[in-house]
Ligand binder design. Structure first.
Ligand code: KG4
Ligand code: ZN
Length: 330
């Protein structure tokens, strides 16, 4: 069954067609990010207006790319929460209207759960050989969602059961990247640029603390952001700031917190599969460290392809397929 996915929770107006919850037949992402960049963050009103202008167009593009007529769609899946209310409203209204007009079922999908589902998507049609090779992650698994708005841990028992285990008590990991990039005048969003600069900044001189909320499954990143702020105040001349070294030390601290917590929770819950999702899952240092540490500890770790770490509608269509199969939405 082909599911049309719709994602409008933030600045991306995205649509996708996914077959049987697995094969991405098309994925279209239009972003209004450039229009927000000069404000240093997403402006909800701009985002929702752009969604309204683009939603019909990107839906037609997804159908065209998948070479499918609208009537061949078996169901619709739309991100219903969490996200910017005005932005979600555009996608949900569009999805509900399509569902009503086509007389096809609608699944309302949780955006954070969908990020974890990205690990089950495939860019090509699965062959019998692929299926026998068990290319998909095994379940149950620990799921880490690290995005601009969320840093959360879930126990994913099956495709429709996600039990929250922990979350950030203050800033999300991506939010910390964005705020520190702002302190360093690196523009928005901060994650990709800090990731790039940190590659040339390896050093032992600058160290920032990694919050370790022992005996909890929670994270905290706001203290780290404040340490970077105080550290920057120690330079009398802004030109003397070693941006690459600071980017390295900051990123190391975030990665250490995330890796240590995932490992501790995997041990505590006796889980040997880890799924990572969300924009920060694209971070090269996080990917490298988790692969090293998980290999040592016999944990299978999975990341989506880089494009599917960011907001997209394929993850929504994929998860929506399982929700519809189960006979409802969540
Ligand atoms: O999942 P996403 O596209 O949107 C939300 O649902 O929030 O994540 C966006 C976040 C931003 O905070 C961005 O700075 C961060 O992901 N990000 C990264 C990288 N690429 C994107 N953070 C660290 N390293 C990256 N390479
Ligand atoms: Zn997201």
């Amino acid at each position: 069954m082909n599911i049309l996915g719709i994602e409008t929770s933030c600045d991306e107006t995205a649509t996708a067609i996914v077959e049987n919850g697995r094969w991405i037949r098309s994925s279209i992402i239009a972003s209004s990010l450039k229009e927000h960049a000069r404000y240093g963050g997403i402006i909800p009103e701009i985002a929702s207006r752009r969604h309204l202008e683009l939603i019909n167009l990107v839906t037609q593009q997804a159908l065209k790319k998948a070479n499918l007529p609208l009537k061949s769609i078996g169901g619709i899946a739309v991100t219903a929460y969490p996200g910017l209310v005005g932005s979600l409203l555009v996608g949900v209204s569009f999805g509900r209207a399509l569902s009503f007009a086509l007389k096809k079922p609608l699944a309302e999908v949780n955006h954070i759960h969908a990020h974890l589902y990205s690990n089950f998507l495939s860019k090509r049609k699965e062959t019998v050989r692929d299926a026998s090779k068990k290319m998909r992650p095994g379940l149950p698994a620990l799921g880490l969602v690290v995005s601009g708005g969320h840093t959360s841990l879930f126990l994913m028992k099956n495709f429709t059961t996600f039990t929250p285990l922990g979350q950030t008590r203050d800033d999300a990991a991506g939010e910390a990247f964005d705020k520190v990039a702002r302190l360093l005048d690196l523009g928005f969003p901060g994650g990709p640029v800090i990731d790039r600069l940190a590659r040339n900044g390896k050093n032992q001189d600058i160290r920032f603390p990694s919050a370790d909320l022992r005996n909890t499954n929670d994270f905290s990143f706001s203290g780290l952001k404040t340490s970077v702020l105080y550290h920057l105040r120690s330079y009398k001349n802004r030109k003397a700031i070693p941006i690459e070294k600071i980017a390295y030390a900051f990123q190391k601290s975030v990665v250490t917190s995330l890796v240590n917590k995932c490992l501790a929770v995997c041990h505590r819950k006796n889980l040997n599969t880890l799924l990572v999702g969300g924009g920060v899952a694209a971070n090269s240092s996080l990917r490298k460290r988790l692969i090293q540490v998980c290999q040592k500890n016999k944990i299978d770790v999975y990341f989506p392809a880089l494009t599917y770490c960011m907001d997209n509608a394929a993850m929504v269509a994929g998860l929506g397929y399982h929700l519809l199969k189960k006979g409802g939405s969540h």
